[in-house]
Design a protein around this ligand. Structure first.
Ligand code: MN
Length: 733
């Protein structure tokens, strides 16, 4: 590609100036000097490199630095580190060079960023995601490493078009899984939203575009709505001498998508596609008072829905979010969420704690950027911060309780806290696990049951003669190891059972009993074992008592004779239900909450058959793959790609009726309940089991449980219900 270097250099200079101009924090002269040096170094380091798109490489670090400076609002050290983030990884520059030029802090951050890149290249894809996420949480690196890494990812996501599709999807999935939750956790809502929307653009382009277009179409309508809202409250707000502005805030594409998916509703049915935001100026001490004052003004005009009041001013969310949210019956009798917050809260919500720091600086003296970075670190590491928030939104605490250990080659392995050397052995390879004879931790011989600590270096000693014993189950906590041990114990058991079967056959023959389905079934009942396998196994082990077996033979032969006599007397033949019949009833696989039929493939790794406990895994190129619940791949899939798991059940296709629960919401009107019940009872194919109606002032909620013959009927019913005046939403529970 031909590039006019002069034009390019001008553009680089322009971008650099803009970087300084848009910085959120005030930059001192020293700061600017540092950034200038970083810029010059980066330009020199990357001078011969170009990105896949063809542009000079340096545009990337500048763009990352701009995100760090303006959107996240970090300090000069971070801006410099962002400019340098790829130098050690991709160029001639070494960490020593960086340390010599920029000192310890910048060098440490760049080192952290380089380490993450290395990790990415060394390990295979699925494990890498797992390891990487945990790295972020456990390594005691400067938190700025993570934040700059997120900025790096954001810019990469923004410039992914030149990449092959499979890479786009892979990077997008990883972003959704790792980076967006971390951005959320740190309170960087803007960045999180951008990451999510960009991810959806590549993972589900059709869905993304459809929602995006609809949002754009409704833009004008939204504006008008906000206008009519503002016009009404403006006079009263102005009377209070408040500095404020009112703006609309659209729900992000990704969150609309998620809501549609979760509640199985159309775009039109998504309830709070946009909110109204009132941002007011205030001293720190008047903030709360003013928020409630505005609340009181708004609710003078519009009726609030008391169940949807969220006060995150009196006590903020665990990630620092503060705001007062109410939902009111706005213009045109539409419910709308109103978010009331001060300028300070607003900036913190947009930028995270960087803004917090800036506000702090003003009134409490300089606590230093490190103070808030430390707090962030604490938030990331804390296990007891608002647990529900934590689990629901980020699911990270599950991973925080992990340890890292090293293989003799220095490879990093992550294991759940409490894992033993034996867990480690199975995590390396099943073959190694099942041949384990001993373990060395930090070069010392230890028992297999020894619990490992982060940083331990573990070596497994194997032997050809070693094999799993039942005790081993007490030593391990990972499901992978458990399953593998159980599997080999089962193998062993099967061998013994085969011998046992022959022994039993001989013994029964002596007692003039044929070994067949019927006699075995009776034996299972008699000896109170679970299966024929257990029966044979016990025989093989020699724990089936011979005397008891003789007792059995006597009764069995008697009942057999009785049975024969009865039959001869012409009594109806008792029906014997074979277990085969029971299994074959489950002939159809359905997926998801809605129990939908979807195309699928049975996974060859565990070959599920009808009746097995199974789940579906949405693969990128090969549709839904069905695995057994206890498939050893399952655990890995569930932890790495939980969002791609769809529940699945075997059902009896002849059983068509199913129970459905409809939830109706809306505004209570006279006669509404009557109309609802009339619509349902007019429907021949619906059998109402339970009905509950609740009203809360003017709000109405109905929950109806019914038996329906198929989904078509249910859909029709939903449509009819939606026609009733006052009903706003009809959804499945
Ligand atoms: Mn980069």
């Amino acid at each position: 590609m031909l590039v006019d270097e002069e034009i390019e250099n001008k553009e680089i200079a322009k971008q650099y100036k803009e970087l300084l101009r848009i910085s959120y924090l005030q930059l001192s002269r020293e700061d600017k000097k540092l950034i200038r040096l970083a810029f010059n170094t980066a330009v020199d380091a990357h001078k011969d490199q170009r990105r896949k798109s063809g542009e000079a490489y340096i545009f990337h670090p500048i763009a990352v630095a701009k995100i760090v400076a303006s959107e996240i609002g970090l300090d000069a050290t971070s801006i410099a580190a962002a400019l340098l983030h790829d130098t050690v990884e991709d160029t001639e520059y070494t960490l020593n060079d960086i340390e010599r030029l920029f000192g310890n802090t910048v060098a440490k951050i760049v080192h952290g960023l380089t380490k993450i890149s290395h990790l990415k290249k060394d390990t295979d894809i699925s494990l890498q995601a797992e390891n990487f996420r945990k790295m972020l949480l456990t390594l005691n690196d400067d938190i700025r490493v993570i934040i700059i890494k997120i900025a790096d990812r954001l810019h990469n996501m923004q410039t992914m078009d030149a990449m092959p599709e499979y890479k786009q999807v892979k990077i997008a999935s990883e972003t959704l899984y790792i980076y967006a939750p971390i951005a959320h956790r740190i309170g960087m809502y803007n960045i999180k939203t951008k990451l999510e929307d960009l991810s959806l653009k590549y993972t589900e382009p059709d869905r993304f575009n459809a929602i995006k277009n609809k949002i754009e179409e409704s833009q004008e309508e939204q504006k008008q709505y906000i206008n009519s809202f503002s016009t009404l409250v403006k006079e009263s707000l102005d009377k209070e001498n408040l500095g404020y502005f009112i703006q609309g805030r659209s729900k992000s594409i990704f969150s609309i998508h998620k809501k549609m998916q979760k509640q199985n509703i159309s775009y039109e049915q998504v309830f709070d596609k946009f909110a109204i935001r009132i941002v007011y100026q205030s001293d720190f001490k008047d903030e709360k008072f003013l928020a409630w004052k505005i609340y009181s003004i708004i609710t003078d005009y519009f009726t609030p829905n008391p169940t949807r009041l969220r006060d995150w001013i009196s006590s903020s969310k665990s990630n620092g979010y503060e705001s007062l949210h109410i939902t009111v019956m706005g213009p045109n009798n539409k419910w709308v969420e109103v978010q009331i917050r001060s300028q300070r809260m607003h900036e913190i919500a947009e930028k995270g704690y960087a803004a917090h720091y800036r506000y702090k600086q003003g009134n409490e003296g300089d606590t230093g950027i490190d103070a808030w970075l430390n707090r962030l670190q604490e938030v990331l590491e804390s296990k007891d911060s608002n647990a529900i928030d934590f689990v629901e939104n980020f699911k990270l605490n599950l991973y925080a309780e992990e340890i890292f250990v090293f293989t003799p080659h220095g490879d990093l392995k992550s294991l759940p806290q409490g894992s033993s050397a034996l867990d480690f052995a199975y995590a390396i390879h099943t073959e190694i696990g099942s041949k384990t004879r001993g373990a060395r931790v930090n070069a010392k011989l230890v028992p297999l049951s020894r619990t490992l600590k982060s940083g331990d270096s573990v070596e497994i000693i194997t032997s050809e003669n070693a094999k799993p014993t039942a005790n081993w189950l007490d030593y391990v906590i990972t499901s992978r190891a458990r399953n593998k041990i159980k599997a080999s114990l089962n193998e062993e058991k099967k061998k013994i059972a085969e011998e046992g079967k022959e022994i039993l056959r001989r013994k029964l023959k002596h007692m003039r009993i044929n070994m067949n389905e019927r006699s075995i079934r009776q034996l299972i009942l008699y000896f109170k074992v679970n299966s024929s396998l257990d029966l044979f196994y016990r025989t093989g082990l020699g724990t089936i008592d011979n005397r008891k077996l003789k007792e059995f033979a006597t009764t069995f032969n008697n009942t057999f004779l009785n049975f024969f006599k009865k039959r001869l007397a012409g009594r109806p033949k008792p029906k014997i239900t074979e277990s085969k019949e029971f299994v074959s009833k489950y002939d159809k696989l359905v997926f998801g909450k809605e129990k939908q039929e979807l195309p699928y493939k049975l996974s060859p790794c565990c070959n599920p058959i009808a009746g097995d406990k199974v789940f579906g895994f949405v693969t990128i190129n090969d549709g839904i793959k069905v695995h057994q619940h206890n498939c050893s791949n399952a655990v890995a899939l569930q932890s790495n790609f939980a969002y791609r798991i769809v529940p699945a059940w075997w059902v009896d296709s002849s059983e068509q009726e199913f129970t459905a629960e409809l939830v109706l919401t809306g505004i209570d009107q006279k006669g509404l309940v009557n109309q609802v019940t009339r619509v349902i009872s007019n429907n021949m194919n619906v059998d109402i089991k339970k009905i509950n109606f609740y009203t809360d002032e003017e709000l109405f909620k109905g929950v109806i449980t019914m038996r329906v013959n198929n989904k078509g009927t249910l859909k029709k019913l939903k449509q009819q219900l939606l026609k009733i005046v006052g009903i706003e939403k009809v959804g499945r529970h």
